[in-house]
Ligand binder design. Structure first.
Ligand SMILES: NC(=O)c1ccc[n+]([C@@H]2O[C@H](COP(=O)([O-])OP(=O)(O)OC[C@H]3O[C@@H](n4cnc5c(N)ncnc54)[C@H](O)[C@@H]3O)[C@@H](O)[C@H]2O)c1
Length: 307
């Protein structure tokens, strides 16, 4: 069985462990600084396995030694947003946490592939790569699967069509200026802008951009975790099973989409070595412009990093 470590056994971390264990994808180590909590969640999940019928082993620990020889390290450690906060407001506190998560896990798993969730996502992924001295193939940020899944769910609610027929592509930075590509998104092959009125489509785009904030506002404490965890589990499985799966994800750009030196949401092919390839869409002038604005925001957040 491959081994996956999840740093941060809070809402997203524990739910990711649940999805992965249920799928029998890997043995899992839940790591957290809170005494007893990851051990308790690990044991609880272990006791669910006989019912679920999965052979995944799940343990929790406060000691990085337990994460030894992990194939993939998922980092969810960090503060989540409170109502009224932007993801960028988390920058300073989460920088410290990210440093300890990357250094602690690299010490025991020098060959691991890192999948990052902690916000502000694009800046935290950049930080993980820099602190770890890692090649870009081994650091991938989760944002695009989630943002695209939200858009798919909203289109499904609007049209009453199976989510499986709905394909949406949300690119750019993981902030409220993310870029839902309506021309490339489709329902069973028919572009969204041919099915939905401009008003309805604009409303779905807006709700997608603010999708994280909508959940934060409803929960009042903490942020979304079921959909983010499902997205993480899909990425981990694509890597471990060498699926060559193309998903929207935040990766370090080397000139693709005209951007250099930032983590940014683009279609990325994932396999056993991590990032295999960035897929480049042909974009309209308006789409390219929207991406450039989003990239500018990410550049500013990365420039504000102190590490
Ligand atoms: N990229 C995305 O799409 C996305 C989606 C959801 C959440 N997030 C982000 O993920 C992060 C986690 O969210 P959550 O809902 O799981 O929060 P949470 O508060 O439920 O869990 C975070 C956990 O991290 C732990 N932690 C803190 N410092 C640590 C350290 N140094 N080492 C190890 N663990 C540590 C905490 O004890 C806590 O259990 C937040 O920054 C949130 O904004 C990102």
């Amino acid at each position: 069985m491959p081994k996956v470590t999840i740093i941060g056994a809070g809402q997203t971390g524990a739910t990711t462990a649940h999805f992965l264990a249920q799928g029998g994808v890997a043995d899992i180590v839940l790591f957290d600084i809170v005494d007893g909590m990851p051990q308790g969640k690990g044991l609880d999940l272990t006791e669910a396995m006989p019912v679920i019928g999965s052979d995944s082993k799940v343990i929790g620990s406060n000691d990085y030694a337990a994460t030894e020889a992990s194939d993939v390290v998922v980092i969810t450690a960090g503060l989540p947003r409170k109502p009224g906060m932007s993801r960028d407001d988390l920058l300073e506190a989460n920088t410290r946490i990210m440093r300890s998560a990357v250094e602690g896990s690299l010490q025991h798993s020098p060959g691991a592939i890192f999948v990052i969730l902690t916000n502000p996502l694009d800046a935290m992924s950049y930080l993980a790569m820099k602190i770890g001295g890692l090649p870009r193939e081994r650091v991938i940020g989760q944002a695009g699967i989630l943002d695209s899944a939200r858009m798919r769910a909203f289109v499904a609610m609007e049209l009453g069509v199976s989510v499986q027929n709905i394909h949406c592509y949300v690119l750019g930075g993981h902030g409220d200026d993310m870029v839902p590509l309506t021309r490339h998104s489709n329902v069973a092959g028919v572009p969204l802008d041919e099915i939905l009125s401009p008003d309805r489509l604009a409303a779905i785009v807006e709700r997608t951009r603010k999708g994280g904030g909508e959940i934060v506002g409803l929960l009042k404490t903490g942020s979304a975790y079921y959909a983010p965890a499902a997205a993480l589990a899909q990425m981990v499985e694509a890597i471990l099973k060498d699926r060559h799966l193309v998903v929207p994800a935040s990766v370090y750009l080397n000139g693709e989409y005209g951007e250099q030196g930032i983590f940014f949401g683009v279609p990325a092919q994932l396999g056993r070595k991590g990032l295999e390839k960035v897929i480049e869409y042909s974009l309209s002038e308006a789409e390219q412009q929207a991406l450039e604005e989003s990239a500018e925001h990410v550049r500013e957040t990365i420039a504000a990093l102190k590490y």
